[in-house]
Ligand binder design. Structure first.
Ligand code: ARG
Length: 461
């Protein structure tokens, strides 16, 4: 068992079951590099302000750099018996450089240290996740670009409603992802505050230069209340909330992909490389990737719930309960980083069945609204036009044909105002092209939103 760095006032060894119960190294080991970066910045500040000697400062810095190298190369392994990553690194440093190592923790507590490490780590993960979201957006944009004139039904209540294009449908997800990016960027901004200097809860008597440490670690600000800085985890909760919303978006797309790949719908075919077979049914090709993303959404919601519940009853300031924050937020981050590239690959490689999409768009009376609008232009009040259009739909249903195939004579039975131009007006293509407002599905509007989205992405937003 590693020697306890806090054992001074204790007369008994910790029970081995308590050691195991208490230890967090199994999951906080992933903070090692951030812990080291934070300690190097802290030590450099202590040395430059004369709280430790220059030599000790240099020894600490070199020692920590070597520990980082040795962890990376695998020369140094984490001690599973260590209490946590902070204790492990400090003990290893002292083992290597002696007394100077014991001076590192001057003016610092593990409470502000862990708050720092978690902010540094999550700040980096925000970047990684954002990169993945951008890459996925590009995949969606590229597909959209090729399908600005691929007609498909738009749905409400999963019933065919009005015709749109596949590009318009895909661009809806690009917009969702743009807001996800924005949320993560704003969360990162609020997260980017240095907690170091808050000590255990009541700051410290040493004249630490917090600004210097903040600059060294690229924080925008320093925290303004020591109790708050060591005891809130709202930045992790906020990120978990952002990731939950992101997963909700991915899950909706996953659900559509699953539906579209079904034989009943057959709008797409998944690539063999992104689907799986059945152990018993030889004909099966299953959309497992999309299904797993839909399923994993539940994990991330659970992580958010864990964090919220964990924090809700805690008195100020630090409580050991908060050690439980890590596995939850790590799991949320890991899950999202798994799902984004998997979904991107699925979308990039799927084949679009234009004919089936167009057939579905033409088949479900998706142009009935346009028929009503045609009558409105001829002077009929909308409510009445709606009624006439509905009756015409009923006629077509009884004949088993589409509105496009109804004879002009039959149209005239319902309204003498209907002329030959009705066929042109209610063609699926016209229906989409005429929805020509910003945000609408007309090809040139979708083209514009694709361009806007591209500009947004290329400026890294
Ligand atoms: N492993 C601890 C955590 O993750 C570090 C902070 C420990 N602080 C303490 N006062 N015991 O929260």
């Amino acid at each position: 068992m590693a020697e306890k760095l806090w054992a001074g006032r204790f007369s008994k060894e910790t029970d081995s079951s308590v050691n195991a119960f208490n230890s967090s190294i199994a999951f906080d080991a992933r903070l090692a590099m951030h812990d080291i970066a934070g300690s190097r910045a802290h030590a450099a500040m202590l040395a430059s302000r004369g709280m430790i000697s220059k030599e000790d400062g240099l020894d600490i810095d070199r020692g920590l750099a070597r520990i980082a190298d040795d962890l990376t190369s695998g020369k140094l392994a984490f001690d599973p018996q260590a209490e946590d990553i902070h204790m492990f690194i400090e003990a290893e440093l002292t083992r290597r450089i002696g007394d100077a190592g014991k001076r590192l923790h001057t003016g610092r507590s593990r409470n502000d240290q862990v708050a720092l490490d978690l902010r540094l780590y999550l700040r980096e993960q925000c970047e990684k996740i954002s990169d993945e979201i951008r890459q996925f957006s590009v995949v969606l944009l590229e597909l959209a670009e090729n399908h600005v004139e691929t007609w498909m039904p738009g749905y409400t209540h999963l019933q065919r409603a009005q015709p749109i294009s596949l590009a318009h449908h895909l661009m809806a997800y690009v917009e969702m992802l743009a807001r996800d990016l924005q949320r993560i960027r704003q969360t990162r901004e609020r997260m980017n505050v240095l907690p170091l200097g808050s000590g255990a809860l009541a700051a410290t008597t040493y004249p630490l230069d917090r600004q210097m440490v903040a600059e060294a670690l690229s924080f925008d600000q320093i925290s303004m209340n020591s109790l708050d800085a060591v005891s809130d985890r709202d930045f992790a909760i906020e990120l978990a909330a952002d990731l939950s919303i992101l997963m909700m978006h991915l899950s909706r797309l996953a659900e559509e992909i699953i539906l579209w790949a079904s034989q009943e719908v057959s709008f797409i075919e998944l690539d063999d490389a992104y689907s799986t077979g059945s152990s018993i049914m030889p004909q099966k090709k299953n959309p497992d990737v999309a299904e797993l993303c839909r399923g994993k959404t539940g994990r991330v919601y659970g992580d958010l719930q864990t964090l919220l519940t964990l924090m809700k009853g805690l008195p100020l300031a630090y409580n050991k309960d908060m050690q439980e924050d890590k596995e939850a937020i790590f799991d949320a981050v890991d899950t999202v980083l798994l799902c984004l590239p998997a979904m991107a690959g699925t979308v990039r490689t799927m084949t679009i069945n234009r004919e089936n999409m167009a057939k579905a768009a033409a088949g479900g009376f998706t142009n009935a609204t346009d028929l009503a609008d045609y009558l409105v232009v001829k002077g009929i009040p909308f409510r009445e036009a709606h009624e006439i259009s509905g009756k015409l739909v009923a006629t077509c249903i009884s004949k088993g044909i589409a509105l496009d195939d109804l004879a002009l004579a039959d149209y005239k039975k319902h309204s003498p105002l209907i002329e030959q131009d009705i066929y042109q007006t209610i063609s699926i293509e016209t229906c989409v092209r005429r929805r020509d407002l910003p945000g609408g599905p007309a090809p040139r509007q979708v083209q514009r939103s694709i361009e806007l989205a591209r500009t947004r992405l290329s400026s890294n937003l």
